[in-house]
Design a protein around this ligand. Sequence first.
Ligand code: 13P
Length: 340
Amino acid sequence: MNTTELEATVRAMTARGKGLLAADESSGTIKKRFDSIGLESTETNRRDYRQMLFTTEGLEQAVSGVILYDETIRQSADDGRSLASILQGKGIVPGIKVDKGTLAMAPGSTEKLTEGFDGVAKRYEEYYRLGARFAKWRAVYSITDQLPSARNILLNAQGLARYAAITQQSGLVPIVEPEVLMDGAHTLERCEEVTTTVLQAVFQALAVEGVALELMVLKPNMVISGKECPVQAGAREVAEATVRCFRRTVPAAVPGIMFLSGGQGDVQATENLNAINALSAHHPWVFSFSYGRALQAPALKAWGGKQENVAAGQRALHKRALLNGAACRGEYQAQMEQAA
Ligand code: 13P
């Protein structure tokens, strides 16, 4: 394992006041996003969209890395440069989504397991050549009164840990993403209980696989009320429950906790991240963002698939990135939404 390079990658990813842009939507997911603006999901449109995002001037002020999809890491901009090299030129680290999505855990089960181990070491050789220095693997957990099951928690943890070990051996930094979904009417307390159990299992499995905790990044959900819960916890409550949960489960050796947005509104995701960082400066970890929808939604809308709106799309992305950068320092204020 090339520890020096992995250390440099982790340091760059978790630089203070910066976070990750998750732009690794699979073809199915990006189609859903494009449907919302009435745009056909063709390879060219997907390339144009990612080119718009990555050529945003000043993106590097608040974005340290971008997670790419297999198709995207192979694409080039109009000027012939690869999209990955455009990011590198700004000092932004390219990364790759390496899992291949989820499948039912068993026939008829609503629980999911993540696919993607086939040929993964070989794929990493190519991704590394294409510029990727970190990877992402996502496991998902649904909350009901009975779920997630103990078996689902165990198998997903083992998958995440095996992926993390292979990734470090291949010279890339693993982002370990256990996502407890927001869907459902569960309370904040129930989300905290499930997230705690999930993280305990994940770190136990990482220890079994001998994963170097200093050389990985955790990408978890925040502890938050279910979307349909009649009582929605505010930012302060979310921050307290989230920090309590991580203090109980995440070893201090992990350098960065970079949250997914998971369906939170863009402003809500910034407010919650800010509240977490405003609680106290005395955490062993950097609390930052690795947002997909919460960074991209306003940019996608402003762009609308039209060449003449590229600048407007980039302004929207730049604004959200800077506001989330401020939230990483606990310096975000609501009035900045108007001023930015
Ligand atoms: P969201 O921030 O939209 O949840 O996306 C992050 C991500 O990478 C999910 O895997």
